[in-house]
Structures are given as C-alpha cells and as structure tokens.
Design a protein around this ligand. Sequence first.
Ligand code: GRG
Length: 288
Amino acid sequence: MDVRAYLTERGELVNRYLDENLPGLAEEPVSLHGAMRHLIFPGGKRLRPVLTYAAAEAMGVAPDVVTPFAAAVELIHTYSLVHDDLPCMDDDDERRGRPTVHKVYGEAVAVLAGDALQAEAFSILFGDSGLLSAAGGTAPPEAILAVARDLALAAGSRNLVGGQVDDLSFELIGENDEARIESVHARKSAALIAVSITGGARLGGASEVLLEGFARFGKAVGVAFQIADDLLDADEQEPCSTLRVIGVEAARNRAEALLESALTELEGLGEPAEPLRELARFAVRRDQ
Ligand code: GRG
C-alpha cells in the first residue's frame, strides 16, 4: 500500500470540505478569516483526519460518513499550532513552510484566530453539513454526541492544553523523569491522535470493546509519533524531550516498541485495517 498516496487522496477530501465550510476570505472580519485560513491551507500532512478515515475504513464505513469529524480534528490541531507558535509559547516564525499566523496578522488576531478555529470545530460537527446529515445521516445520534464529547475532552485541560502547560513547566524545572515526559506526550500529542482514531471507529459502529483497543492503539501511536518528532528535531537540549533523558538510540527503540504494541491491538481486524496500520508505521518512521 502507498501510504503517501493514501494521505494525499484522503487529505483532499478533508481539504475540500474545510474550504467549503469555513468562512470565506471575503467575509468580515476579513483579517480574522484570512488568519484562520492561513495555516489551514495548504496545510500539513493531514495525518489526524486521515487516521479518522482509516479507522472508519477498518470498520467498513465510507469516508463521507466521518468527513465532518475529520475536519473538526484538523481544526483543533491547527488552532493548537497557531497558539503554540505565539511569542508567549514557542515563538516561531515559520510553520508548514509559511510565516506563522502572528507574523502575518499580528499577535492579537492570531490568538483570536486560534480561538475561532477551536469553536469552528464544534460548529462544523453540528452545522448544516455536519455529522447529522453526513452521508444521509448514517451515523447514530448517540455516536455523534459521544465523538463530540471525546473531542472536547482531548482538546481540554486534561489533555492537549494541560499537556502544553506541563511541557512549558519542564523548561522551568528541568525534570529528568522519562515517565513524566511520556505523560506530557500522551496529553499534548497522543490524546488528539487517539481521538482521531476512536472517533472514526465509533462513527463506523465499533463496539465498546473494539473502541478500547482503538484507544490503546491511538495512545501508543501518538506517544511514538511525538518521540519520532523529538528525533526529527534532534535537539538533545529540548527540556521535554525523550532524547534528552534517554538518548537517540533508546528513544528510537522506545518508539518502535510502542508501535509494535499498538499493532497488536489491531490483530483481529484483518485487511480493512491495513491503511490504519500503514499510517501508524508512517507516523513513527516518517522523515518530515
Ligand atoms: C498551544 C493548546 C496548545 C497546544 C500546543 C500541538 C501543540 C500543543 C504544540 C505544537 C508543537 C508540538 C511539538 C506539538 C506536538 C504535536 C506535533 C508534533 C505537532 C505537529 O504535528 P504534525 O507533524 O504537523 O502532524 P502538520 O503540520 O503536518 O499537521
């Protein structure tokens, strides 16, 4: 299977949906809507939304059933990047090959664009082209409510935002505990990756038992993805990095071990889960 072709093909589905459903560039306030679209298009790898599609495919469900959820996940991810780049956080000038949002639109509009992207995720889920009408309203309402709840939980203080707060505090106290670092990875990176997968699976009709397996798979892949990111950064001085504490070789081994344990969770799912397995391998062994 060509995983890059799969990422491009499924990525285009979510791109088209986002373009059709986000406020247009000519809509007032134009600076805000420009800032919201600035990092969304042309975007990054679209790994999270494509994981949603692959999880739905593992359950035998067509992509259009889950497109609004895939888009919502990408909106939350992109908002977190906009805020992470701000001068009060990582203070980055470039992201996704473009100047960061605050460099182009100023800090205040970048903060507000991040806020609006986060709200837009939930308004897209429940809007006119949202999950209730996607593919003729195929997904059950209980599953729709559950995925919205899970996405909010993954984005909140117990996960994405709390992980970011603890990541920032590493800079201050210089902890050396690998488990503490993995706890930050689990919340800052893995929670959103895991919900991308469980959301697709739940909308595809997965049972609670299967969902637990998808969640373990997603969390392990998500932590391994973040270790892979640390390896790509190759910054052994970065405070909250597995590399700094256990070194390059052990970090690579840890990422591979997590990938192996993740893949065992999908053993019963056969051929339809192959794209999900390949995406997991890509996420952990990628070079970008
Ligand atoms: C500011 C609320 C808030 C959260 C910040 C996402 C995040 C948490 C920080 C961004 C920096 C970082 C190292 C995050 C870990 C997750 C990560 C590696 C994000 C980049 O994800 P990719 O590689 O990016 O999937 P693209 O651009 O391809 O989507």
